[in-house]
Design a protein around this ligand. Structure first.
Ligand code: FO1
Length: 310
């Protein structure tokens, strides 16, 4: 029997799980809803890093070293910009720029982000359904001790997530709406998964789209998160540092508490198997995803475990 899986993701960790799921589920049974709070305008181009990380990962184009961008991409455009005295702080590869050019052009001509995302993914051979969390522009804003409010990529890339974070907000979220495609996918989901993405930076913007959290909680199906924190440390990126700055303990348990009633299932690494977790269904297995076979194993173990609930 085919089961419909919807996975909410952002960043490199989420893309690894999406890759694993895409290897074992047919295109019609997997929808990937992606954070767009990291999106921004750069040199007049609409850059959507999390959507592109998913597209490049699923199409096999992704840079293996970075986990984002395109493997072997060159930087002739940014090098040429340097001749004009520009000091590029955000590494846009030449092939990657083609993605941003075409997306920006299509959106200027009236295509929605959902439509252009579908078209670009299809052109690269990605058959699974990749959806932005909303078609309305939303921008994660990071309030920091050192610099006050920073646009997300300024905080994350320009300042290498070193400033101390006081709070986060999602500018424009009040005007955002769930897209018909995301709504239908969540309504038809047999399992809703929250990937091992940063809960505060990648998942919170998705859940903050008006109506999103309520829609997910209203679904009487397994709603499972995979911890991005293993043994008190973030697998990648600022999750653990951010937790301390926001006043939390660095632990998978805090992530489960943070998700609250959004989830009824939580998966931690075996190293965290003794943690008391405030969730109805919990399990532990190895969730570090270094290789392609790790990603498939995590996706398989998760689906097997969830199907054993009933
Ligand atoms: N991350 C970096 O740390 N430095 C970069 O220069 C950078 C460029 C970049 C270009 C395109 C793209 O799709 C992603 C890029 N990223 C870069 C990653 C991105 O900032 C983050 O992965 C996400 O926004 C956080 O989820």
């Amino acid at each position: 029997m085919a089961i419909n899986v919807v996975v909410l993701v952002g960043g490199v960790g989420g893309a690894k799980l999406a890759f694993g799921l895409a290897q074992i589920l047919p295109p019609e049974n997997l929808t990937i809803i992606v954070n767009t709070g990291d999106d921004f305008w750069h040199y007049g181009l609409r850059v959507c890093p999390d959507l592109d990380t998913i597209m490049y990962t699923l199409s096999g184009l992704v840079s293996k070293t970075n986990g984002w961008g395109i493997e072997g991409d060159t930087h002739a455009v940014l090098d040429a910009a340097r001749r004009y005295g520009e000091e590029p702080w955000f590494q846009l590869g030449d092939q990657d720029i083609a993605t941003h050019l075409l997306r920006t052009n299509a959106m200027a001509a009236g295509e929605t982000l959902t439509e252009v995302t579908r078209r670009l993914n299809t052109a690269l051979g990605v058959q699974h359904c990749v959806l932005p969390m909303t078609d309305v522009p939303v921008a994660t804003i990071v309030d920091t001790v050192e610099h006050g409010e920073l646009a997300f990529q300024t905080y994350f890339v320009r300042y290498r997530w070193q400033p101390v974070v006081k709070s986060l907000r999602f500018a424009g979220i009040e005007n955002a709406a769930i897209t018909p495609a995301a709504h239908t996918a969540l309504q038809n989901a047999d399992i809703i998964v929250i990937g091992p993405s940063n809960p505060w930076l990648s998942i919170a913007p998705i859940l903050a789209v008006p109506g999103m959290r309520d829609l997910i909680v209203s679904r009487d199906v397994p709603r499972v998160a995979i911890s991005p924190i293993i043994g008190g440390k973030a697998v990648k990126g600022p999750a653990a540092k951010l937790m301390v700055e926001l006043g939390y303990e660095q632990s998978a348990q805090i992530v489960a508490e943070y998700y609250g009633d959004v989830i009824n299932g939580f998966i931690v690494d075996t190293i965290d198997k003794t943690l008391p977790l405030p969730v109805q269904h919990t399990t532990s297995f190895e969730i570090v995803m270094n290789s392609e076979s790790d990603r498939i194993a995590v996706a398989e173990n998760m689906l097997q475990w969830v199907q054993s609930w009933v």
